[in-house]
Write a protein that binds this ligand. Structure first.
Ligand code: ASP
Length: 439
């Protein structure tokens, strides 16, 4: 049995955190491959090493002196090395990094050094082999991630090592030029390693005990989610619940490998399991609630719209022409509404409106701004009658006016549009009716 373990930045921000990670790894011999992030924040007002590297590199590009910021970055690692009493020095590494910064090796190279150096420290601390991600994570010439080559390279390399540290977040093109994933991308590396070694489990260690049913900034001490399917997670993370990088799901999902989100600071907590499918009934009818503010509804009316073939396409073409992606399109007999992100829409508003007039010739168009979307997600909703009824009566009791309703045919989610000002109240009301009353 193989477990791949990825530790996030806050789990490796100091010597003390490194020790916790070490204890976790040593507690289970199956934890064979370790993916570290760069050191994150030690406290609320701290700066992540990745951000320090980006800043330092920008200074190098501007021709400014980088001695002082580089010294601060080095101090972060030395604090860990000394705290762990390791017999190693990164002095030579920092000489190379300084040189490469001055040669303008690229901001991806700069940012990747956070994980690279932390990987060297981790490998030394654990006394196991270090595999540079540049050798095994591959991007093609145009900068696209090359999944097949990566899987081959990784699989071959890992088959020869029993235990290893592979730094997260970056890889390289064939010519050796370093490239990173988007921010938070160490999650992806962990997933790729899990896929390549056909792991039984991908443990993702972070600073929370898994997913919560709702945002703790809105709901006080929300319940945790024990098991969530990939599909449910996708719905929730799209709507703003973020613990795991979105792209980390795909490699393990293809192989049917579950992910366990765990808390480095509370390792005994079970955390959340992300699985392909499960016959385990969710604890509550709903698995989670998430949402976002800042939408505009573009309401379009036209008599006999219903029988006009291609009307929807013409309207959506107006958005496409303006390169605006739409979120939802609830419709009536002679009405058609398009929900778009307010920020994206505002600058292009008049151009979209004239395009709709030109393409679809509607009778009228009305805009309604400052709306929020709330997604109620749960595999349990399919088999439970009355879910929608409970949602809407809870909202009515809380005096929330519902502007839009959209239930996907999979019955996995119900999306509700409300005013921005009602957003928190709506989430609280839904949480109360499905969770608080069931405790
Ligand atoms: N260190 C990188 C970041 O801060 C990648 C990661 O932590 O996953 O985004």
């Amino acid at each position: 049995m193989i477990k791949v373990v990825k530790f996030g930045g806050s789990s490796l921000a100091s010597a003390e955190q490194f020790r916790k990670a070490g204890d976790i790894i040593h507690a289970d011999a199956k934890r064979r491959y370790v993916i570290p992030s760069a050191p994150g924040k030690r406290h609320k007002n701290d700066t992540k090493v990745t951000d320090m590297l980006y800043t330092c590199y920008a200074m190098a590009e501007n021709g400014e002196d980088i001695m002082s910021p580089l010294r601060k970055i080095r101090a972060r690692y030395n604090e860990i090395i000394n705290g762990l009493k390791l017999k190693m020095s990164l002095d030579d590494e920092f000489k190379v990094i300084e040189q490469r910064f001055l040669e303008k090796a690229g901001s991806d190279y700069a940012a990747s050094r956070g994980e690279y150096l932390n990987g060297l420290v981790m490998a030394n601390f654990l006394g196991i082999e270090f595999i540079d991600a540049a050798e095994v994570i591959r991007f093609d010439d145009s900068g696209e991630f090359d999944a097949d080559t990566t899987n081959q390279l990784l699989r071959e390399r890992l088959s020869k090592v029993e235990r290893a540290v592979i730094p997260g977040f970056y890889g390289a093109k064939e010519d050796g030029k370093i490239q990173t994933f988007s921010r938070g991308g160490s999650d992806i590396t962990g997933s790729l390693v899990a896929k390549a070694c056909r792991a039984d489990l991908y443990e993702n260690w972070t600073d929370v005990s898994g997913f919560l049913i709702a945002d703790p900034r809105i709901i006080k001490n929300p319940q945790g989610i024990k098991v969530i399917t990939y599909k449910e997670l996708r719905e929730l993370s799209y709507m703003g619940a973020s613990v795991l990088h979105e792209d980390a799901i795909f490699p393990v999902r293809q192989e049917g490998i579950p992910i366990n989100i765990k808390n480095t600071n509370a390792p005994e907590d079970p955390g959340s399991f992300i699985v392909e499918s499960t016959c385990q009934k969710p604890e509550f009818t709903i698995t989670g609630i998430a949402g976002k503010k800042g939408f505009v509804a573009v309401n379009i009316e036209k008599d006999m719209m219903n029988s006009e073939i291609g009307f929807g396409r013409k309207v959506l073409e107006a958005f496409e022409e303006n390169e605006i992606s739409f979120e939802h399109t609830p419709s009536g007999i002679d009405t058609f509404t398009v929900f778009v992100h307010q920020e994206e829409f505002e600058g292009k508003e008049q151009s979209v409106l004239s395009a709709i007039h030109r393409l679809a010739e509607p009778d009228s168009i009305e805009l309604e701004a400052d709306l929020a979307l709330v997604a109620v997600v749960g595999r349990g909703m399919k088999s439970t009658r009355g879910t929608a009824g409970r949602i809407f009566s809870a909202l009515a009791h809380a005096n929330v006016n519902v502007k839009m309703i959209d239930q996907g045919s999979s019955e996995l989610n119900v999306i509700i549009g409300v005013k921005n000002d009602d957003f928190e109240t709506a989430i609280q009301a839904i949480y109360d009716i499905f969770v608080v009353t069931q405790l």
